[in-house]
Write a protein that binds this ligand. Structure first.
Ligand code: ADP
Ligand code: MG
Length: 618
């Protein structure tokens, strides 16, 4: 039999490789943008026609290529970025495989114009289906201008598989967004057909996020920053109230490379815990810097997945960092403390604001084993969280007592001066006392930039929940005996359920016994319950929590805490006196997470003076 094995011609080998590297216009965009960044560009323009199917052009002002390099760049495995295997473990560039340009040249009509600083004339190369059509000197700017026409023109099967322009465009914008976020110091623009979709001036990360996601972005963002011996974490997370029903604003970067990780996403979602309404997702743009030696980027050709040496420890750090950030800034959208104007006298918060907070943030470990020093983290994060949280809230009220929620605002001054201010403004200058209840259900509390509308029931649920988390489950759990034991008849299902948790709840301060078939007698409740809850209410609420928990997989303590908070909380419709209103506000803002009750319902809404003003404009 004759020999039948042959080496594939380069053009075919390149076409096959291209299948891996370039799946669609967006993959070509990614490769070209990354090349421009690797070349040190400070300005990068992306021009598209027909969602990149007709044209993808990237113009950069990077270092350009010499004539020889320009020609070489289209060869397979031609790269200037690594020289030996060891370099693979100390990568500082986005590219390193030397496959992108070779692949692109195999499946499109490519024109490259490039010039280095030292050259007078640049080089122009036209290449189609891996075949060099022409190469000649040309006039051009320093940098590289690469255009790629008719992607997959010679691979009809792939061309036919491309999706509609809107779908392909979305993929391109995704890639563009990731790269733009990772490089805020670089100017980027994106033109599609005749429209300019993005025009991103160089700036810091916050400005870039706002540039990418729109001006409302700024109000949403809370900085996250944590420096540990393994990983340096930085970036922004959005405040819970801005979470969206759709995904698409979640970004992790490891050593400035975008990665996808369901596992790390989970860490983040976990940090938001009960703050988010179900089925919503926060925005986050998080950068992790690690020693390249402990990650492996070489896992997947499109390089979006990486392997960490110890993923669990990253998970933990990330979760703690996010929790910390959210706790520190448990502030609301309209309050940007960085822009705090002149402040006269600090708001004095009452004694009651000293209420202890739970430190749930730190006692969690997905692996069930200690991967880092929990106690240490607690020391670093836990204690500071409490004091700084209260400080943040103090700032919220600062300046208020010197009056003039209204005067401070120039544009309103003209109107207010026509009024007798004594009549318009509450007489009492103490900002907290000026809070008042409406409809026996909600509290209005003026703040510097507007006012808060607080839902008293949700707020009290949050307060009690946090208190019970602290108090319950200690060895010396106190039970308060009921004067009159109460019999509670239950359905068969409910009594089975209650029976199964009797030992647990009795250990936590309840005194409940089975009385007869499907009837229980409650003789005592945890001392923390206070006097205004009925045993029936608590048991009912506990069973409800327990039923829900089968889905949510919450533990018994969580359920008990939830049941107690729910049943003992002040209900809507309950009249509160001035002192009670004040105490409620103090206690709410001493909580680590005052935004929402333990089930994700908002505790308050912020109304901004500016927005109010707009509503009165015609
Ligand atoms: P890689 O980026 O993995 O090295 P590519 O095929 O993308 O492989 O690029 C091959 C080489 O071409 C790069 O290593 C680089 O030296 C050069 N190159 C590509 N694009 C540019 C550019 N925009 N500016 C300067 N040099 C470039
Ligand atoms: Mg490259």
């Amino acid at each position: 039999m004759p020999d039948i094995i042959q080496l594939l011609p380069d053009a075919i080998a390149n076409q096959i490789a291209a299948g891996e590297v370039i799946q669609r216009p967006a993959s070509a965009v990614k490769e070209l943008l990354e090349n421009a960044i690797d070349a040190g560009a400070t300005e990068i323009q992306l021009v598209l026609k027909e969602a990149g199917k007709l044209l993808i052009q990237v113009i950069d002002n990077g270092k350009g290529m010499s004539e020889t390099d320009a020609r070489m760049s289209f060869e397979r495995h031609a790269t200037s970025k690594i020289k030996n295997a060891a370099d693979l473990f100390a990568l500082t560039t986005m590219g390193f495989r030397g496959e992108a340009l070779a692949s692109i040249a195999a499946i499109a009509q490519v024109e490259l114009k490039t010039r280095t600083e030292g050259q007078e004339l640049g080089t122009k190369i036209v290449i189609e289906g891996s075949k060099v059509i022409s190469q000649e000197p040309c006039q051009c700017q320093v940098g590289t201008n690469l255009s790629l026409r008719n992607l997959f023109y010679n691979v009809p099967a792939r061309r036919n598989f491309l999706k509609s322009n809107s779908v392909e465009n979305r993929h391109i914008v995704d890639e563009f967004t990731r790269i733009a976020l990772a490089n805020p110091q670089i100017y980027f623009s994106l033109h599609h057909n005749t429209n300019e979709l993005f025009h991103l001036s160089p700036g810091n990360l916050r400005q870039r996020i706002v540039g990418v996601f729109g001006p409302t972005g700024n109000k949403k963002l809370v900085p996250i920053s944590e420096d540990t011996d393994v990983v340096k974490i930085s970036g922004y997370v959005s405040k819970p109230e801005f979470a969206k029903r759709t995904r698409g604003e979640q970004f992790f970067f490891v050593n400035n490379r975008f990665i996808k990780s369901g596992y790390l996403h989970h860490a983040l979602m976990n940090a938001y815990e009960d703050l988010l309404p179900e089925g919503t997702f926060p925005l986050y743009v998080i950068f992790m810097e690690l020693d390249p030696k402990i990650i492996d980027v070489n896992v997947h050709p499109t390089k979006q997945e990486i392997k960490f040496e110890d993923e669990k420890i990253i998970y933990n750090y990330l979760r703690v960092a996010a929790r910390h950030a959210l706790g520190q800034y448990s502030i609301t959208p309209t309050l940007d403390f960085e822009q705090d104007p002149q402040v006269s006298k600090a708001y004095q918060h009452g004694e009651s604001a000293q209420q202890k907070m739970p430190s749930t943030a730190m006692n969690w470990d997905p692996a069930g084993k200690k991967t880092f020093d929990v106690a240490q983290t607690k020391k670093e994060f836990g204690n500071s969280a409490e004091s700084s949280n209260i400080k943040n809230w103090e700032k919220l009220y600062k300046g208020l007592d010197s009056l003039p929620t209204i005067q401070n605002n120039n544009e309103i001054t003209t109107i207010s001066s026509q009024w007798n201010q004594e009549e318009v403004l509450p007489q009492d200058n103490d900002p907290v006392k000026r809070a008042f209840q409406i409809h026996n259900s909600y509290i209005i509390s003026p703040i510097k930039s507007g006012y808060l509308l607080i839902d008293q029931q949700a707020a009290h649920e949050r307060i009690l929940h946090d208190k019970f988390v602290q108090q319950l489950g200690h060895q010396d759990q106190h039970t308060q005996a009921l004067l009159f034991p109460i019999n509670i008849p239950l359905s068969v299902q409910d009594s089975q359920m209650l029976k199964s948790i009797l030992p647990d709840i009795n250990q936590m301060g309840f005194d409940v016994k089975e009385f007869s078939a499907n009837t229980f007698v409650v003789q005592g409740l945890p001392a923390e319950c206070g006097d205004n809850v009925s045993a029936e209410q608590i048991i009912e609420s506990l069973l409800e929590q327990q039923r829900n928990s089968q889905e949510l997989q919450t533990d018994i303590k969580t359920n008990i805490v939830g049941a107690l908070a729910k049943s003992a909380a002040i209900k809507r419709g309950t009249k509160l006196d001035t002192q009670e209103v004040q105490t409620l506000i103090d206690q709410l803002f001493a909580c680590e997470m005052p935004y929402a009750n333990p089930w994700g319902k908002k505790c308050f809404i912020v109304y901004d003076l500016e927005d109010l003003k707009k509503q009165f404009e015609v």
